[in-house]
Design a protein around this ligand. Structure first.
Ligand code: KG4
Ligand code: ZN
Length: 349
């Protein structure tokens, strides 16, 4: 029997809905929120209001595009956390009502697990390769930076994470320092295309083990620009391409060095076994510098890499739908008492 699952994502500033038929996506519709652009970050109250406005049209469009009827849906999956509570409440309340109205099961999904599980979405012809267990995933988003060891779909262990800012925040805050609007990550990526990544160097964090720290880098960037602007008020404008290329290269280098260390360590834990597959996920996995560095590691060191298609890198409901499908197969259903959680789970996710 074929299953059709509606996935709903509303954890931050994207309202998204997707329909999946088994593990193949039929539709994936996202409404972004321009309203935060000039605030330097997501304003929680404005985000919840925009979700309220967007959720019904986004879900109706997703079902229409999938070319199915509502009563064909086998279940509804939604992001329960982590994220902004007011934003999560919109998706959670909608999913509960939808499940009651159609008398179909409700499936709770963890946003960070879903970013990783997006690698199990199949193309229509189902020929695309998927990672083999166990594998490593670097999950890099606006709120999180984690290296996760995935033993099975829902058996995941965080083996490294940031102790302060997330990688996406490092991009967004650097952009803000340069006077660029939110979210700055994609803008830095764009400007970096024409820049020299070796032109400027910034202090890299020196954190032992597999953990990350990005707050020192942000401060180093801030002080560097403050000094440069004292001598030349037009410094940022004149050097924006090189500045973006250099800060991007520094962030990517930090991420890749920890990922390399994680791969070495896990390889030692599984001696004699194959080199683990290595995936990236989350909004920052859309970054061309990080994607390029992964491809380099594949070409130079034989890494078996998994990079999500662009539409599944930044927040989307397709990843919620695939996570929902995998839980549906296990018969793992939620109920009407489900409440959102704001903070990420620790240790095992
Ligand atoms: O996963 P995501 O869409 O939302 C969260 O769960 O946080 O990640 C959003 C983050 C933002 O910090 C955004 O600036 C960053 O991903 N981002 C990028 C790029 N595209 C999105 N950072 C660098 N380069 C990009 N191309
Ligand atoms: Zn995300």
């Amino acid at each position: 029997m074929q299953t059709f699952i509606l996935g709903i994502e509303s954890s931050c500033d994207d309202t998204s809905a997707a329909v999946i038929q088994d593990d193949v996506i039929l539709s994936n519709v996202t409404a972004g929120q321009e309203v935060h652009k000039n605030f330097g970050g997501v304003v929680p109250e404005l985000a919840s209001r925009a979700h309220q406005q967007n959720i019904i049209p986004v879900i109706e469009t997703a079902i229409q595009k999938a070319n199915i009827r509502k009563n064909q849906l086998s279940a509804v999956a939604f992001t329960r956390g982590p994220g902004l509570l007011g934003s999560l409440l919109v998706g959670t309340s909608f999913a509960k009502a939808f499940s009651l109205g159609l008398n179909i099961p409700l499936i709770e999904v963890d946003h960070l697990q879903a970013h990783i599980l997006s690698h199990f979405i199949r193309n229509t012809d189902r020929t695309n390769p998927v990672p083999e267990f166990p594998f490593l995933c670097l999950t890099v988003s606006g709120g999180h930076t984690q290296i996760v060891l995935i033993r099975d779909y829902f058996d995941m262990e965080i083996i490294g994470q940031t102790i302060d800012d997330a990688a996406g925040e490092a991009f967004d805050k650097s952009a803000k320092i340069m006077g660029l609007p939110y979210p700055g990550g994609p803008l830095i990526d764009n400007l970096a295309q024409k820049g020299d990544p070796k032109r400027f160097t910034f202090a890299k964090p020196n954190i032992p083990g597999l953990d990350f720290s990005f707050s020192g880098l942000k401060t180093s960037f801030l002080y560097f620009l403050r000094d440069a602007l004292k001598n030349d008020a037009g410094f940022i404008e004149k050097n924006k391409h090189d500045l973006c290329a250099s800060i991007q290269a520094t962030i990517v280098e930090v991420l890749m060095s920890k990922l390399t260390l994680a791969l070495d360590k896990t390889h030692n834990i599984h001696p004699g076994s194959r080199l683990l597959d290595v995936a990236i996920a989350g909004g920052v996995s859309a970054n061309s510098g990080l994607r390029g560095a992964m491809e380099n590691a594949r070409d130079k060191h034989g890494w078996h890499i998994f990079i999500p298609p662009m539409q599944y890198s930044t927040d989307n409901a397709a990843m919620i739908a695939i996570a929902g499908y995998l839980k549906f197969l296990k018969g793992e259903f939620g109920n009407q008492s489900a409440v959102p959680y704001a903070r990420a789970k620790q240790g095992a996710i």
